[in-house]
Design a protein around this ligand. Structure first.
Ligand code: ADP
Ligand code: MG
Length: 293
């Protein structure tokens, strides 16, 4: 299976929100990572065929998705960034209603609802009104909805927002198991959501996919660029304007500061093993062409 973006552009009035995105995706998990306002939701809504691009095409196995129409939409599971629920629906009503919209056969739908409610940990809450669910529970209900008819293409917009650390891990495990022979695209602004499960990570900013690499490639790119320096807290303020600062932690009555720089920032700096988060900070804050931002 192949999905191809061909020069996808989206304008809102005079503002260009997507600036000619071209890329090809096959099966596997793709992470779409970028700061708020980057254009992730816009790109995802175009892929889910709920929003038309201003220019450009998406091809599914070579065919324009608008020509394929319903047949394409039937292959998609989609979790929007914001889901609203009818106030008198229980969790079960919501899933049954979604299954009916997807044209699922009733007995099969019932079985699938039980299975998914179990895997997202909502089995005991299906009889409750979804408006009484916590944010995390509503998110998990939305994830179950997206998975209902085993879509070949699963598109999740900020699926982990509102999930606690345990729920995040569980979510990652569900998606990893699901992704075999399928395409999963998930957007997030949280690095740790994608670093373990996404085979390919797209970094997006200002309506452009700036980079597409594997997690290892990003980390490798950062070799020799991540440093630890001990300094008193007062000095940190000066550093903040000169370099990209990662995590800071208190150590031995001093601050241990993670600095991302191409060259050794100080005589007593020691190299640290890079992470995907370092790459994110480096690529979004520190590229030479962005100097002065
Ligand atoms: N319906 C809309 N009308 C006008 N501007 C919009 C609309 N939707 C999104 N935008 C703008 O498009 C840009 C990208 O938004 P979005 O795709 O939601 O980014 P992300 O999901 O990465 O946070 C933002 O500047 C946002 O304000
Ligand atoms: Mg968004």
């Amino acid at each position: 299976m192949e999905l191809q973006f061909e020069n996808i552009t989206k304008n809102y009035k005079s503002k260009q929100v997507l600036k000619g995105i071209s890329l090809t995706m096959g099966t596997g998990v793709y992470g779409l990572l970028g700061p708020n306002g980057a254009g992730k939701t816009t790109m995802i809504r175009i892929l889910a065929d709920v929003l038309r691009p201003t220019k450009g095409k998406i091809r599914y196995n070579g065919k324009d998705i608008h020509a394929v129409g319903d047949e394409y939409r039937a292959k998609i599971g989609y979790l929007p960034q914001d889901v609203s629920f009818y106030s008198d629906f229980t969790g079960r009503d919501y899933l049954e209603y979604s299954a009916a919209l997807k044209g699922m056969e009733k007995t099969h739908a019932k079985k699938r609802i039980e299975e998914l409610a179990h895997s997202v940990g909502l089995l005991d809450d299906l009889h409750r009104k979804c408006t009484a669910y916590s944010g995390g529970m509503q998110r998990r209900l939305g994830i179950a909805q997206a998975l209902l008819d085993d879509p070949e293409i699963l598109i999740l917009d900020e699926p982990t927002s509102g999930l606690d650390p345990y729920e995040r891990i569980k979510f990652r495990n569900i998606i990893s198991a699901y992704a075999k022979d399928r395409l999963v695209l998930l957007s997030t602004h949280i690095v740790s959501d994608v670093e373990q499960i996404a085979a390919q990570i797209m970094m997006m900013e200002h309506g452009v996919i700036q980079h597409i690499h594997t997690g290892e490639e990003y980390i490798h790119m950062m070799d020799g660029r991540v440093w630890l320096i001990q300094m008193p807290a007062e000095q940190l303020v000066n550093y903040q304007n000169q370099a990209v600062i990662g995590n800071v932690r208190a150590k031995d009555g001093c601050m241990e500061v993670r600095i991302i720089e191409d060259t050794k920032p100080a005589g007593d700096a020691v190299r640290a093993a890079p992470t995907l988060e370092d790459a994110y900070l480096y690529l979004f804050n520190y590229l030479p062409q962005k100097a002065g931002r």
